[in-house]
Write a protein that binds this ligand. Sequence first.
Ligand code: FES
Ligand code: FE2
Length: 380
Amino acid sequence: MNSMEQGLAEQLTARVLDLVSADTTEMADAVLEVDAAFYTDESQWRAECEFMARVPAVAAPTAMLREPNQYVARTVNNNRRILVTRDEDGRAHVFLNACRHRGAVIVADGEGCQSRFSCPYHNWTYASNGELKGIPFQQGFEGMDKSTHGLLELPSEEKYGFIWYTLDPAAGIDVDEWFGDFATELAQWNYADFEYITHRHYEVPANWKNALEAFTEFYHFQFVHADSIVGQGTISNVTGFDAFGYHSRMLSALVSIRELKDNPQPFFGSQHLGVIYNVFTNLIIANSPIGLEFLHFMPGAAPDKGMLFYLGMANTRIEDNATRQGYESLFENMQKVVSEDLEVITACTNGLQNGLPGIVIGRNEPGTQHFIKSIQAASQ
Ligand code: FES
Ligand SMILES: [Fe+2]
């Protein structure tokens, strides 16, 4: 089983158990006031998009394309299209999903396994390593160097169980420099050995930050998720918070933690905690005792349009169908929770467009405060 390192898990569990016993939460120093323009202003939004194009973003988890010739095609920030592949030698690549002939999108969004990608327009064919392999009526392109007309590759690095890339090819990529101390935090889980179960793509009629912020606090759980497994399994409004530069870790208390209160007993890893990461800029990884939910929030074509790429993984390799089906139905049920969030998120964007001058983030929402302050600093 792949999990949080035991010593750290014990220390964090004790910290959260103290909060539960004292009926309180860790808190930020002060209330944070935020102008509505932070969510509605086009120049703010553009600055965020430019920043995000220059720093490592997640293209796909390693577990989603483990085998040679597996691929994932996705719509990402600002409706850009990418194609993530593993070539025949096992190396991961991230390409612009655009044909070098006239620019057509080559592969429809989705996942699969194939060694060749043929453009639907004039059938130019590319290999999984991006090389241009075939041009119908080759004489028409005499004088063009085929070797420089492969798929346009973006900088990428595969590490800590994910394939990272930058949308701006000129930005280069250095994942370890970007993560700093946070790399150790990610590495301990061994995410490369998780089992990929399912994914969904959502169009979200909301600002991407409004959307992500719903996954940085546990204050809303008892009100929004009272009828679902997440709300019933979590103690609302208890948060342990730690910053790692712009990145952060938020701890929620699962109701089972109460059993440890008067009766300390051995436990494994973070089985009594929800461990939520904001992998800055726009990724949330929510670890539960059985796996993770991966929520990649992206800006769409305007400040009030966003997207969510949701993915569910098990924290153990799965050999049998019954276990896989159990996970599939679990993640299917989790879509109800996601819809509960998307509904309130959309309402927030609508409210902010209504002429509200600003909003306020409580001391009991330290993860949300940290995310907002990090965006403000990064988009200066
Ligand atoms: S646009 Fe792809 S082959 Fe013409
Ligand atoms: Fe929620």
